[in-house]
Design a protein around this ligand. Structure first.
Ligand SMILES: Nc1ncnc2c1ncn2[C@@H]1O[C@H](COP(=O)(O)OP(=O)(O)OP(=O)(O)O)[C@@H](O)[C@H]1O
Length: 237
């Protein structure tokens, strides 16, 4: 279970994440939404260890991980993907998964890698160069595959569906739904498309100017006047 208490991240004078308190179970599928610049990616960076919070606490599975290095957080079970796919250059798809697994799980399990390649429909691309020989959907699938290879208990997905065309998006959503059940992994997904959030998540949390302004079912949250105002305000800004 992930427990954030009063978590803040400042960049100079800008408070990107402002006293966020949030609990997410490792069986939850939670949508993280909010206008551009609301602090969503910064929150992921703080949880996974890429930025150092300026206040508050982060606990995962009862461990205080506030100052825990990235690889140890990965080994505790915090996995993530990046908004812009980041394959390891010069390596094949399979080698990318091997490196990710060694980093996150501390060992290599070829059977598990085969299972992940099958699951993400990358088996026939396993020996391709990851950086130069994959289409966008495959690059996105590789982001998810790499994250799965770290054997996460909680997966932070940063706009994994962005830029996909309708069919690709539909297939990808099917995969995400199945992933939750098959790999027993909790998910927090940053996603701008409200229909996608409705289809995937039982719970949504909303950030606005770094603050958590709503937490509830998609129906309740998207009808919340403060949430609607945060979006229309951002559109006018
Ligand atoms: N490394 C950084 N240094 C300075 N400011 C930063 C840094 N990273 C993010 N910010 C600022 O922090 C705020 C939150 O950014 P963040 O990327 O977390 O928002 P977001 O909700 O993920 O936005 P989007 O939906 O556009 O991806 C923005 O004002 C951004 O410019």
């Amino acid at each position: 279970m992930l427990e954030l208490n009063n978590l803040s991240v400042r960049f100079g004078g800008l408070t990107a994440v402002n006293a966020v308190t949030l609990t997410v179970g490792t069986h939850d599928v939670v949508g993280l939404v909010g206008p551009n610049g609301a602090g969503k990616t910064t929150l992921f960076n703080a949880i996974s260890g890429l930025v150092r919070p300026t206040g508050g606490t982060i606990r995962f599975d009862r461990h205080d991980v506030l100052r825990t290095p990235i690889y140890r957080r990965a080994r505790l079970g915090i996995g993530r993907t990046f908004q812009i796919p980041q394959p390891m250059h010069e390596l094949t798809v399979r080698e990318n998964l091997i490196v990710a697994q060694r980093f996150g799980a501390g060992h290599v399990d070829e059977d598990k890698i085969d299972e992940i390649l099958d699951f993400t429909s990358l088996a026939d691309k396993a020996n391709r160069n990851a950086a130069t020989e994959l289409a966008l959907t495959e690059l996105k699938a590789l982001e998810v595959a790499k994250a799965l290879a770290t054997t996460p208990k909680l997966l932070l997905l940063d706009e994994v569906l962005a830029g996909l065309e309708t069919n690709g998006k539909r297939r990808f959503m099917g995969m995400l739904k199945e992933m939750h059940a098959r790999f027993g992994v909790g998910i927090i997904i940053i996603e701008h498309d409200i229909e996608t959030i409705h289809a995937l998540c039982q719970r949504v949390v909303v950030l606005n100017f770094g603050q958590l302004i709503a937490d509830g079912t998609p129906e309740a949250v998207f009808n919340d006047p403060e949430v609607i105002r945060s979006y229309t305000g951002a559109a006018h800004a």
